[in-house]
Design a protein around this ligand. Structure first.
Ligand SMILES: [Zn+2]
Length: 261
């Protein structure tokens, strides 16, 4: 049996530094509590499992209390800069100037980009406001993680025009395979694929160095998203890329991790 799979079955640490491209912090939002979701409790579990660094954003994503939520993400990053790198949630129903103002406020407090989730906010999946966020990220060489990019064409347009930003598909999206392969600045998160064939298909159709494990902490336990990767029949080399080296490379591009030895 492969070493990683064996260790997972035995409940042992994998002996691999894990890098996570999608997580939520904050413990609770307006109507959504996560028991055991306080930052120190999360960190304790991350230490136990071997998660080195997580890219995180607000737990409440509707944007009704976004400053309050973003402040919690800022605090997590300031308290544990080696462990949490944060993205600013924006409300796409707000005027463009308010969106950019919040991005600026969060950037000056150490956050490294924006998290978008138009469908939860009742906003269009493709819009001038999203373009403005991508332009801002391009200007400051930041990340834009989007729950859903609308069409692959829209993502392609952003990646091409605002090429200095890094684009993350927040959930596994097989239809974007060609865009992932075409651009170096487009990253695909694995969470939370539900069909047993999806991961295999992603690896067959996308360049494996851009497929990255996302845990969707803290409302999901890490094991929920680690299991399907570790138990899959993918080669160990590919599993290691997905769980460790790929997202580490993204963090390195942002200047958050040092060059690999
Ligand atoms: Zn999520």
């Amino acid at each position: 049996m492969h070493r990683l799979k064996e260790r997972f079955f035995q409940g042992k640490p994998l002996g691999l530094p894990l890098y996570d491209i999608h997580g939520h912090v904050g413990g609770f939002s307006r109507d959504y509590p996560v028991f055991g979701g306080q930052i120190d409790q999360l960190l304790e579990e991350m230490d136990r499992i071997g998660v080195k660094r997580s890219l995180v954003f607000a737990l409440g994503v509707y944007g009704t209390e976004l400053r309050y939520q973003n402040d919690k993400v800022i605090k997590a990053g300031q308290r544990y800069p080696e462990r949490f790198s944060g993205l600013a949630l924006v409300n796409l129903n707000y005027p463009e100037k308010d969106i950019l103002q919040e991005l600026e406020r969060c950037r000056s407090a150490g956050l490294v980009g924006a998290k978008l989730i138009a469908c939860y906010q009742g906003a269009p999946a493709e819009s001038q406001k999203i373009e403005a966020v991508c332009e801002y990220a391009h200007h400051h060489q930041l990340i834009v993680l989007n729950h859903g990019w609308g069409t692959p064409e829209f993502l392609r347009k952003m990646a091409e025009i605002y090429s200095a930003a890094q684009y993350i598909c927040g959930h596994l999206w097989l239809a974007a395979a060609r865009v992932v392969n075409e651009f170096d600045n487009v990253w695909m998160c694995t969470c939370a694929y539900l069909s047993p064939l999806d991961l295999q298909q992603a690896v067959e159709t996308m360049k494996p160095e851009r497929i990255c494990w996302g845990s969707d902490l803290s409302d999901l336990h890490w094991g929920f998203t680690l299991g399907p990767i570790l138990l899959s029949s993918l080669p160990e080399k590919v599993k290691k890329m997905i769980l460790s080296t790929n997202t580490r490379e993204l963090f390195r591009k942002l200047g958050l991790e040092k060059e690999s030895e």
